[in-house]
Design a protein around this ligand. Sequence first.
Ligand code: PRX
Length: 647
Amino acid sequence: MVKWVVKKGKFYFPSKEMKKIAFVKNEKIYKEAGENPIKFWEKLAREGISWFKTWKKTYVEKPPYFKWFVGGKLNASYNCLDRHINTWRKNKIAIIWEPDIPNEKNRILSYYDLYREVNRFANALRELGVKKGDRVTIYLPMIPEIQISMLACARIGAIHSVVFSAFSPNALKTRILDAESKVLITADGYYRRGKLINLKQSADEAIEGTSIEKVVVVKRASNEINMKEGRDFWYDEIIKKSKNYCKPEIIDSEDVLFILYSSGTTGKPKAIVHTTGGYLVQAYWTAKWNFDLHDEDIFWCTSDLGWITGHTYVCYGPFLNGTTILMHESVPDYPQPDRWWEIIEKYGVTIFYTAPTAIRMLMKYGDEWVKKHDLSSLRILGSVGEPVDKDAWLWYFNVVGNGRCPIIDTWWQTETGGNLINALPGIGPFIPTVAGRAFPGTRASVLDEKGKPVKEGERGSLVLLPPFSPGMLRGLWKDEKRYIETYWSKYGNRIYYTGDGALIENGFIKITGREDDVLKVAGHRLANAEIEDAINRHKDVIESAVIGMPDPIKGEVPLALVILRKDVTPNEQLTNELIKLVEKEIGPIARPAKIIYVDDLPKTRSGKIMRRILKRLIKKEDLGDLSTLANPECVEKLKEILVSQNL
Ligand code: PRX
């Protein structure tokens, strides 16, 4: 069995075998790219992407705005598909799809299959009246039609907005209203743990009173659904009537490719805007170098397409590279805890990229589930979405990777479009709990409150510095004010504030977690305020505060502290109602793990709830100075309540 890593001193480094094949293996790349990042990206843009017309200016900055490859013309779907079908990759597998239920048939699509479907669906969307710049909302489960829909939109210049299929009808509605989409693409249903989920019913509920005029329905589960004459169309039927070729729209480098909603610190989700040229350049190269994607590889990134990880590493990044990807409809432990290991063995997956929450969950089931399977095909393991703790890192490394594979711990965000901080497989070092360094040609730093770089070992705020990487967000959809406030206020308009805390260890960046009021529940990004808003809708609730409570599997889970109206006594039914409300407004992922009823919450003199104090209380950290509170006496009482609840 090939060993892809070796231990040198305290850390792991790529082995000779890895060095032999890795695309990037010389540490000098960081220095060389850093000397002239703009020139560096210009070269990558030329080599990695096919342009209909070359750009006039490589990088233009007008803080806090910036543009890449200005004046360049291209098309994302052309880059992901057309350029492969004129080569031997025409018949290469693009997607291997595994269903939720193991004995149901899998699906295999070649690049040519994908190309043909995308072309036909792009024509069908045009027939439905979709034009360049229109927004199309995609509410689909993990089936290949989700990538087909994204690429079909990209082909005709429509802006896609993918909404995670487990989000509630209300969450979908908010996102449709904000984007003003005219068309929704959804499915009849899908399976999760063998159970049928009626997705169309949720979609029907969501679109009432929105701008949606047409709905395309993919048949996945053949369940009974309502089809509204004149509004709803079966995907299969409209595809059948469509022509095989759709000429790709000529897209400007800075035209919007997609918007993707993500949680910030307020109740309202924000639509992060990504444009075409820069995003594709970064998606191509970060996929190729971070995962060292070769033509023989089978790349499995387990993320749902509803998140940025899905966009960049289950669609654009691998397809730009002509890679074979694997996608699984469902969860890691159904019907048995070895479902994922079985899939890796079945197809000989070489690169596996998942989230710490999944690693911790699978670790809990025990080593024997992994050991039942031959995972010798694996070469690189990746992690994303939240800090990976040492136990999970070591288990992933020793048990899943059998001590042979590097772990690429990739830090990034919906906003950054692609991985930005990690170790490269051919360079390393691979250090438990340490992400690594900024991708060549990009710059990150850790600053103290005054904006000075911290010393080794000290905590600070993670920031990104100009020139900002080509794939970074270009703004928030229709919300310039929030864009400036969120990212460009803490350190000024040329330093991007990530919202994450970090420290430097042995010269490498270690991420410590969110500094702001954003939760990471099982890797999903949620705003404390979003959950509070849902709870506060209940007629008996006066006020609430939601904080993250440490959880051994999910990293953290929402804990809600709720103040009720004076005449209401807490009871189980009320707790259930509050949980249901959160599920209805956001979805099951946001469900509070615990609800505690309290009389008071720590507040500033201006009446703002101090979640920071609550967070420290729950983590049993030093509470710091309480003198700024209007009601410091409530803190002791809260402490007692938490202790009585075994927290
Ligand atoms: O807190 C960081 C955490 O996830 C946040 C971004 O969340 P989202 O936009 O949903 O994108 C997730 C997938 C890219 C970051 O601000 N995060 C992401 N990757 C890591 C991480 N925290 C620690 N280590 C990582 N590798």
